[in-house]
Design a protein around this ligand. Structure first.
Ligand SMILES: *Cc1c(COP(=O)(O)O)cnc(C)c1O
Length: 394
């Protein structure tokens, strides 16, 4: 019977629905900004990764429009054949200078950057030491490499060392990989300590700084800058889709490594280059970040204010040390209901459950940005307080 072929889908969908894990996807009717039209309603937005408010910034939009006139809309080739435009190289030079690294490679997305960077560095004879809470794109990049994956406990250099001592001798070489800022908790990896351990055993070091790029370090120069590890860390993965407000991924670090990845990375060799408009908008974002630290400062001021007020109201903000502020609720059903009630109150903040976070650790995740005014924050806090009291959370 042909319909039986699809019965597994119905069963899994029913299962997701019953466990409150079915995702509902809302539709944006306006650009990413502090306020947005979501499913036809104007709401205060705490969901996008638009940390510096650049996604709808006039300077970036102008740069994108001018690039279309000068360069057209698509490169029509992969980077290694005919898709490398002068704009791409200019962005790579500027990103390397901004971050204080020898070289940088611009790829289609942060997700792609992990698929591009990990498999050339390790293979079947090697071992990857990966933080328990690493992002899905790191996990998939690691799996794609065919290397043995050993999980170490979250942000735990002592456990990393124990795992290296136990497993490294059985393999040709090792790679340690961690998120810089953990996207669901907003905590920061102890990169200096992790690097010290990895270096002691000759293990390669990689950090995915998607949520630290444009956020951490001097003027948003990222986690390696935050810890002052310039020239010591092997590979930094970043994204231009979050704080930079556009799209694309970056692989930055020692020239030897970036040159090698350029030769080997399959997403770079077999998938077309990023468009001129996006590349030019990224360049405009680098210009803005180099001109002033004001946006980065405003982002951190807003985040500190929001987190402190949430804690004062009695909410559990978990391990947050950055503009990502989780509101820990535990039960997935409660988190979904909390998000729905917030939306009714004019505030857009998503609930996040399994498999994005462990079972029983469902939460609302609040993304603070420099685009929010203090009035916006006050309105947001007011809505959280009302819904929190109504649902018996505070
Ligand atoms: C968001 C994120 C990515 C994906 O970046 P995109 O540019 O959106 O593909 C990769 N890694 C981490 C750690 C992230 O948080």
């Amino acid at each position: 019977m042909t319909s039986d072929k699809l019965a597994f889908i119905q069963a899994e969908m029913d299962n997701l629905r019953e466990s409150n894990l079915l995702i509902t996807i809302r539709t944006m009717g306006s650009p990413a900004d502090a306020w947005m039209i979501v499913d036809g309603r104007r709401v205060l937005n705490f969901c996008t990764n638009n940390y510096l408010g650049l996604a709808n910034h006039p300077r970036l939009k102008e740069a994108a429009k001018a690039a279309i006139d000068r360069w057209g809309v698509g490169p029509a080739a992969v980077r290694s054949i005919a898709g490398t435009q002068a704009l791409h190289l200019e962005l790579e030079r500027r990103l390397a200078a901004f971050k204080g690294v020898e070289d940088a490679l611009y790829v289609q997305s942060g997700f792609c950057a992990n698929q591009a960077a990990i498999p050339p560095l390790v293979g079947k004879e090697d071992v990857i030491f990966s933080d328990r809470l690493n992002h899905a794109s790191i996990i998939d990049g690691a799996r794609l490499s065919g290397a043995k994956i050993i999980i170490y406990e979250h942000c735990d250099p002592a456990d990393l060392e124990a795992k290296i001592r136990e497993h490294l001798p059985g393999y040709r070489r090792g790679l340690m990989v961690t998120d810089g800022v953990f996207s669901m908790d907003g905590d920061i990896a102890p990169l200096d300590k992790l690097m010290e351990v990895a270096d002691r055993y000759g293990v390669l070091t990689m950090v995915d700084d998607a949520h630290g790029e444009g956020v951490l370090g001097r003027g948003g120069r990222g986690i390696v800058d935050h810890f002052g590890l310039h020239g010591k860390f092997d590979v930094e993965i970043g994204t231009l889709s979050k704080a930079f407000g556009v799209v694309g991924g970056v692989i930055a670090g020692k020239k030897t490594i970036v040159d090698y990845i350029r030769q080997k990375a399959r997403p770079f060799l077999f998938s077309s280059a990023v468009t001129p408009a996006d590349t030019a908008a990224c360049l405009a974002a680098v210009d803005l970040l180099e001109e002033s630290e004001a946006l980065v400062r405003k982002l951190w001021d807003n985040a500190a204010c929001f987190r402190a007020e949430m804690q004062r109201l009695g909410f559990d903000t978990g391990r947050s040390q950055t503009p990502i502020v989780p509101v820990m609720l535990g039960d997935a059903g409660l988190a979904k209901q909390f998000s729905r009630e917030l939306f009714e109150a004019g505030v857009f903040a998503m609930s996040i459950g399994f498999p994005t976070v462990p079972r029983g650790q469902a939460r609302i995740r609040v993304m603070n940005t420099a685009a929010h005014s203090r009035d916006d924050l006050a309105q947001g806090l007011d809505a959280f307080a009302k819904v929190g009291k109504k649902l018996g959370v505070i």
